[in-house]
Design a protein around this ligand. Structure first.
Ligand SMILES: *Cc1c(COP(=O)(O)O)cnc(C)c1O
Length: 413
């Protein structure tokens, strides 16, 4: 690391140096697991000609997920967004539902898609999780529920959210898309609120290509959701409910099961990468990698760096430097849902009520990790960051005197 102290800025690819990586490295490059085992299952699906509609592997996958999350029921779906939409409908949400703005846009869209208004709450600036005090201020007679998001695999302040939900007679749902295998030290994500939703999208720690699930301890809710994800069919030719097609297919379940078998290895690998980021960037003024409490289950699928501006180079300038070196870091979840359409038009002044969301979303860089990135690769990412940050003012001045900028602030647009 010390040799980088003397590394000139001209070593950075954006100023003509050789890129740190010959090929782009991505945030969320899929973890694959045991290919032979996957192909065995795929062949078995083909041999049995049972491709979808509650097949053997979907049932097995549902059992594995329910058991990992310590919850009674799991209903697998074709993706996480549809799982959210179905859970929202099954819980009878309407009118307004309070959600954080600092989340993937699917959380808000799953409401708006069924003409329920997402009302955006602010976050705790340290954990980035929805702030219970902000929720209280947004409750109106039209509010029917709260969706908490276990962002970066950290568990929401469930006690405070349950208390608010109870006092105001609101339903409580969790978007646990980041939180498979995460817990608060007592319980695992999956068992909180009326229901929780997982995503098994290709970029998540465990993936089923596309996929999702609703998990719940409620028998009645589980029955309803099972009907809703299969057109409301009660039996052959017998529809008892309005439903949609939210079914997971057998290839997805085969991938999901195979991925679950390697989850321990994926998490171990991510844990090592996370520790390497923390070690290599520790003591570097201006950037902090979000840590997780010891002894609390965590999947380490996100490496979240906060750039505080004290190093003379902005987050977006750092991003340009990294991209030139083939390090495709991401600005999750910039600029916040309230700055995206259609919400931006509906609530043009929402930002005034969301000071922490505005500040945090302008400072976050999510860095690459996962099965395909070795800890020594992480050190190379950190070398680039260290060089750019140690020469922050010089890098910033050079970038702004040239036309090398790629990532721009979208706030002004
Ligand atoms: C990935 C994700 C989703 C959506 O999941 P899909 O399976 O891609 O539909 C929802 N919420 C959050 C917070 C996510 O990160």
């Amino acid at each position: 690391m010390s040799e980088t102290l003397s590394r000139p800025v001209t070593d950075l690819a954006i100023f003509g140096g050789a890129p740190a990586f010959p090929e782009p490295i991505h945030v969320g490059r899929p973890n694959l697991g045991d290919r032979a085992r996957l192909l065995e299952r795929v062949n078995d699906v083909l041999d049995r000609r049972w491709l979808t509609n509650n097949g053997r592997y979907v049932q097995e996958f549902e059992e594995v997920i329910a058991s990992a999350a310590g919850v009674k029921h799991c209903i697998a779906t074709c993706n996480g967004e549809i799982a959210l939409e179905i859970a929202i409908r099954a819980l009878g949400l309407k009118g307004e539902v309070i959600v954080p703005s600092f989340t993937f846009v699917a959380t808000a869209h799953s409401l708006q898609w069924q003409e329920i208004t997402p009302v955006f709450a602010d976050i705790d600036p340290d954990t980035h999780l929805i702030d219970p005090a902000s929720i209280e201020r947004l409750i109106t007679p039209r509010t029917t529920g709260i969706i908490g998001v276990h962002l970066w695999g950290q568990i929401c302040d469930v006690g405070a959210l349950e208390d608010i939900a109870e006092r105001h007679h609101l339903q409580l749902l969790f978007d646990a898309a980041h939180a498979l295998g995460c817990g608060d030290g007592e319980r695992m994500a999956g068992g909180f609120g009326a229901a929780e939703v997982f995503s098994f999208h290709a970029t998540k720690v465990v993936n089923s290509l596309e996929g999702g699930a609703v998990v719940t301890n409620s028998d009645a809710l589980s029955t309803k959701i099972r009907l809703m994800k299969n057109f409301g069919f009660l039996g052959f030719d017998h529809v008892g409910y309005v439903g949609t097609n939210g079914k997971m297919n057998e290839f997805s379940a085969a991938m999901g099961l195979t991925s679950m078998e390697s989850m321990g290895a994926f998490v171990d690998h991510n844990r090592q990468n996370h520790a390497r980021y923390r070690r290599d960037l520790g003591g570097l003024a201006g950037v902090t990698v979000l840590g997780f409490p010891d002894g609390v289950p965590q999947n380490f699928q996100y490496v979240v760096a906060e750039v505080d501006g004290s190093c003379g180079i902005s987050r977006d300038e750092l991003l340009d430097v990294l991209w030139a070196d083939n390090i495709l870091a991401r600005r999750y979840f910039y600029p916040g849902c309230h700055r995206m359409q259609p919400y931006r038009s509906y609530f043009p002044n929402a930002g005034l009520l969301l000071p922490h969301t505005e500040r945090v979303s302008a400072r976050i860089l999510v860095l690459p990790t996962g099965e395909t990135l070795a800890p020594d690769d992480v050190s190379r990412v950190c070398d680039v960051l260290r060089c750019a940050i140690e020469h922050g003012p010089e890098v910033s001045a050079r970038l702004n005197a040239s036309s090398l900028r790629r990532h721009r602030d979208v706030f002004a647009r």
